[in-house]
Design a protein around this ligand. Sequence first.
Ligand code: ATP
Ligand SMILES: O=c1ccn([C@@H]2O[C@H](COP(=O)(O)O)[C@@H](O)[C@H]2O)c(=O)[nH]1
Length: 302
Amino acid sequence: MGDIKKETTEMVIGKQATETVTVDKTANEIVLENLTTESVSVKETMDEILSEKKTEENVEEGETKDAVTVPEETAKDAVTVPEETAKETNKEKKLVVVFVLGGPGGGKSTQCAKIAQEVGYTHLSSGDLLRQTIKSDLENGPMIEAMIREGKSVPPGITMEILQKAMVKSGNDKFILDGFPRDEEIRKAFEAATKTEPELVLFFDCSEEERERRILSREQGRVDDNAESLRKRFRYFQEHTLPVVEYYRARGLVLQIDAGRSEKDVFETLKSILGPSTARLVEEEQEPNIAEIEREISGLRV
Ligand SMILES: Nc1ncnc2c1ncn2[C@@H]1O[C@H](COP(=O)(O)OP(=O)(O)OP(=O)(O)O)[C@@H](O)[C@H]1O
Ligand SMILES: O=c1ccn([C@@H]2O[C@H](COP(=O)(O)O)[C@@H](O)[C@H]2O)c(=O)[nH]1
């Protein structure tokens, strides 16, 4: 993507037009500003990780060191990659991410799991990955559990490593990242490590009362689904996650979803946003046209 395309439109998704959200879309190859990884130990780039995956795959497929040894005289030819193939390889590696943010209990995971399947993205929830890590990582598990119970953020270095490993393991290059990035520190760490800005940021807008009702009737045995943890999580969302939404809103990347509606209605809206037309635009490496998306979903407004 070369030139930055800019398009502004007023839109509200799935809600009567009492509020408007200004969508100001820019190309995703934006110079990243003020990035710092000083406090975070993460892999340098996603490419570095993807090439690690390639090595792992070769080993998994049973290739031995001998099997890949190339005689010295043919080695030069063997590693020559035709220009077109090189371009294809780079293209394959293009990472596409959609962030899904919103207050606890707004229905992000419910929707992300369904829509990801529909559009061929891999759905990863950093919260779910951390909960799985509690069981598998004897060293960090107790600390992660304590942070979750308190509604605090697990150190970004740990979360980034877990997330990046899951991304590589998926073998996909298109991701819906649910509940991520939950604060400015990890947003900067992610962008620095992957050199990627999200294609879109979906913001699930739902009242606190409705979210509390949903969480207190969610029966998944989570250590943080209780009144005391809830207060802390709601406050963390207000103080640390909303600034991330505002950061991306200022960059024209946020689409706001009325998540207070039924599961079915929210899903219909998501299909309109991430369905075939958006997938086509991503395939063609074009900017998603926010005006076009708005036209497609206009019939869905309540
Ligand atoms: N549109 C909806 N209407 C009513 N209940 C819903 C809706 N969407 C999800 N739920 C229910 O609300 C609860 C919370 O949903 P979900 O876990 O998807 O939220 P979340 O935003 O991922 O929460 P968290 O950020 O706490 O992980 C679940 O029990 C889910 O079944
Ligand atoms: O990137 C992340 C995501 C989550 N956490 C911690 O996990 C809980 C639960 O997260 P959900 O997104 O609601 O599943 C969250 O309150 C944090 O304590 C995190 O640290 N970093």
